[in-house]
Design a protein around this ligand. Sequence first.
Ligand SMILES: [Zn+2]
Length: 65
Amino acid sequence: MRDTPRQREHTARVVRCVECGCSSGLRWRGWGAYRYEDAETTDPPVIVFYCPSCAENEFGHSRRV
Ligand SMILES: [Zn+2]
């Protein structure tokens, strides 16, 4: 990691899309974090990330949160 004086973002980190595996880059434009809970198990819910195109494929227009 580099220390760039101009970079003030504390939350600047990169994640990968859980669906296609592409990288978010540093901007996260259009990305979404979703809570995923498997009803079949007692595992605690996890947070997963979707890139804009996969989010639309997965949730379309009927997204309810
Ligand atoms: Zn994706």
